[in-house]
Ligand binder design. Sequence first.
Ligand code: PLP
Length: 426
Amino acid sequence: MRNDKIFEESKLYMPGGVNSPVRAFKDVPLNPPVIKKGRGAYIYDEDGNEYIDFVCSWGPMILGHCDEDVVNAIKYTSENAISFGATTEIELELSKYICTTLENIEMIRMVNSGTEATMSAVKLARGYTKRNKIIKFAGCYHGHFDDFLVEAGSGVMTEGIPGSAGVPKDSIKNTIIAEYNNLEDVKNIFKKYGSDIAAIIVEPVAGNMGVIPGKIDFLKGLRKLCDEYKSLLIFDEVMSGFRVAYKGAQSLYGIKPDITTMAKIMGGGLPCGAYGGRKDIMEKLSPLGPVYQAGTMSGNPIVMAAGLATLKKLNENSEYYVNFEKLGKKLEQGIRQISEDKSISMVINRCGAMFSIFFTSDSEVKNYKDARKCDTTIFAKFFQHMLEQGIYIAPSQFEAIFLNVKHTEEHIDKFLQAVNTFEAFI
Ligand code: PLP
């Protein structure tokens, strides 16, 4: 079997055989399929198996795999422009497109990943406010920057580790952890440390402890506290941006953050990230201001072209988001019905084209503590079953399941049929 052969050999040269931990399928536990190609809603592994893809490269492939416009943009640009490390018109085009289509972004800085976007946004907030502390929420994941690796979500949560080795205590002494969807907790932190809090960083729709939408009063309360204490509000929309709506979660909640971080979808599947927001804040960045942040590859022409093709297509086809809601609702209702019929305890959380199925007997999953109570053993069996049925979802209870524009009612029916045959494993 080529899948296993390639993965076994990969382990000789890459730690765990992978370049990002959760890909190793450690907690499900299986050898991962080795993916050879993707087309539309489908991916194919080296053994020739076909899967309907609900991972979508952990979010970016919202147009489906190898979308024609994105492929053409990459081909066309790469004929003449691979990398210059210099100013190009295509970086202006994408920056202008984002600033003119998203009200809360007046200026933007391109980087190469979500991690780079969030760590740079926090540095900018610290430089702007001349304060040190940040508030982050348990279960939210903002990438692998040291300051964020405390009670983080995503792979850190999947592996059940409180943080990461190699992070000096000094790096996290200015990180204060609060409970997601608990405004009182944040109020108390501000009472104690308010004058030294540079920023709150939050996923407005959390996707890294499974999907947990922020409650409107909680998020509005964060905005109010930041105004009161002159701290900055950073919305990490690396996952939710261009996904729950073209204009991100902030447009659904009607909240204006000071800084927004983006990545994933905005690079059309190529490595990218960005942070943007109020002009007076962004102008603190070097070379205009004193906050230094740089990157050889930042604003890479091919990435910019893929991102622009993706964002234009999403923005010009608002029916995509209407369809996400329609298919998402069908999935959500279908799974809920199956869970009732078969008496399997589940909670389904969904926001547009991202959702999670939590195996828990609680009636609600609203924070990290609730998510941690989920039965990961049942999830592992569920995952194995879904994969056998040709449905590819993230190999962790604490990740999101994503829709893309190539998914149809037929794909949703197949997903539901697969869920419906799960009882054999319980
Ligand atoms: N922020 C959020 C909300 C994310 O979901 C992720 C990754 O999943 C990151 C930041 C880090 O992004 P990257 O993996 O591109 O560094």
